[in-house]
Design a protein around this ligand. Structure first.
Ligand SMILES: NC(=O)c1ccc[n+]([C@@H]2O[C@H](COP(=O)([O-])OP(=O)(O)OC[C@H]3O[C@@H](n4cnc5c(N)ncnc54)[C@H](O)[C@@H]3O)[C@@H](O)[C@H]2O)c1
Length: 379
């Protein structure tokens, strides 16, 4: 099958590489010639590194490179069986692209979006034949991250969904199918990792370095919340949080934080701007955490209880199965354990009592325990 990729930025370039590595002919289209050139040059560098590391032969590298055709014209997509769109995260821009795409492809061509936060149904709304629209959400970098969330919209025909799932499996991806709801699985369930860490900081319980130390050293996470937000970019992370908060009709569970807003407003985006919660300039003093294990454990217990509550909510609201939610968090964002499994190891009763205590202490709806978690405890 010929694979079309629209948008040759960070994600599009990665998806094109992945498809070519899996033996497909790929058409990569971007409206900017300069982006296509950048994608081509970057791929050449990546392939050289892979040859150096003996991961691929130079013949395979040549095959991958010659499998990709670069174009600025949508008409280049005419022979594709699927198009994966990875352009700007803006609904009007995606609508106009999907409208144009439909004019150049066959009726059987699947039209997929790599959107992180927009509704697939709304993207499909731009199509005449919307039963072939779906979400295929990759994680960055697409060739390396094992998880793919596949999202059927209310309009999607099941046969197109099955085709997309088997295509992703043939690329050795771990596939989770989930409902077309804000943030899908990963970007929804992960919100408290950032939000509760920010809240703990705002209450003056601990500083950034101490919270990060607790979550890595005691919690076993690969990266602390503030280091991770600095990697993602505070502007990007704040925008995702805000869009999820709005999409959930302002549910206080997803309320954005002033601290992150202020950092974003100040241009403290994180690594890319040289300063975020931490200072990345040369010679900057690295803050030392307060290595108080009792305090650290309290921080981990609180953030983890909130993450687990969110995982139960995703299962409760039928976004995905418990197995899919656990797979998504371990394969998409490298959590040390699946959250549902983790809750069983700690004891669901203990998690419920942590949440009930938070709820009683603060009286805020944000801490309400999920009904499915409550049900688990009763069983
Ligand atoms: N960056 C991530 O970590 C990540 C992860 C998962 C999903 N996503 C989603 O993937 C999509 C792309 O993100 P990105 O980070 O690769 O963006 P990016 O800014 O790196 O690349 C976007 C590319 O799209 C091109 N483009 C914009 N409008 C176009 C149009 N109308 N026609 C053709 N090309 C057009 C731009 O020239 C640019 O090359 C977004 O929907 C984003 O939410 C991003």
């Amino acid at each position: 099958m010929v694979i079309g990729v629209l948008g040759a930025g960070t994600m599009g370039a990665g998806i094109a590489q992945l498809a070519a590595q899996n033996g497909h002919k790929v058409i990569l289209v971007d409206k900017q010639e300069v982006q296509l050139k950048k994608a081509k040059d970057q791929l050449a560098l990546i392939l050289l590194k892979l040859i150096d590391k003996h991961k691929i032969t130079s013949e395979k590298a040549n095959e991958i490179q010659s499998a990709i055709t670069y174009s600025t014209e949508l008409s280049a997509f005419s022979s594709c069986g699927i198009i994966i769109e990875a352009i700007l995260e803006q609904l009007d821009v995606k609508h106009s692209a999907f409208e144009q795409l439909e004019k150049v492809v066959s009726k059987e061509c699947i039209l997929a979006s790599n959107t992180s936060s927009l509704s697939i149904a709304s993207i499909g709304g731009a199509l005449q034949k919307a039963d072939r629209v779906l979400g295929i959400h990759f994680f960055n970098p697409a060739p390396l991250m094992p998880l793919v969330e596949v999202i059927p919209a209310v309009q999607t025909n099941v046969s197109f969904l099955e085709q997309a799932v088997s295509l992703m499996k043939s690329w050795d991806k771990t596939v989770v199918v989930c409902k077309d709801t804000p943030g899908f699985i990963v970007n929804r369930v992960a919100r408290p990792f950032y939000g509760e860490a920010l809240r703990i900081y705002e209450e003056g319980i601990a500083d950034f370095a101490t919270i990060d130390w607790a979550m890595t050293e005691i919690g076993g996470f690969k990266m602390g919340p503030f280091t991770l937000m600095d990697y993602i970019g505070n502007d990007v992370n704040y925008a995702v949080t805000t869009s999820i908060f709005e999409a959930f009709y302002y549910d206080p569970r997803f309320k954005p934080s002033f601290t992150q807003k202020r950092h974003s407003e100040a241009g403290f985006f994180g690594r890319k701007s040289g300063r975020g919660y931490f200072d990345y300039s040369e010679g900057a003093i690295i803050p030392t955490p307060v290595k108080d294990y009792e305090l650290g454990q309290q921080i981990v217990d609180r953030i983890l209880a909130m993450l687990i509550n969110e995982a139960y909510d995703a299962v409760f609201m039928q976004v995905a199965t418990a197995e899919a939610v656990d797979l998504a968090m371990t394969k998409g964002v490298n959590y040390p354990k699946g959250l549902i499994q983790w809750s069983k190891e700690i004891g669901t009763k203990e998690i419920l009592s942590r949440l009930e205590k938070l709820f009683a202490d603060y009286g805020e709806d944000r801490y309400r325990p999920n009904p499915l978690l409550r049900k688990e405890v009763l069983h």
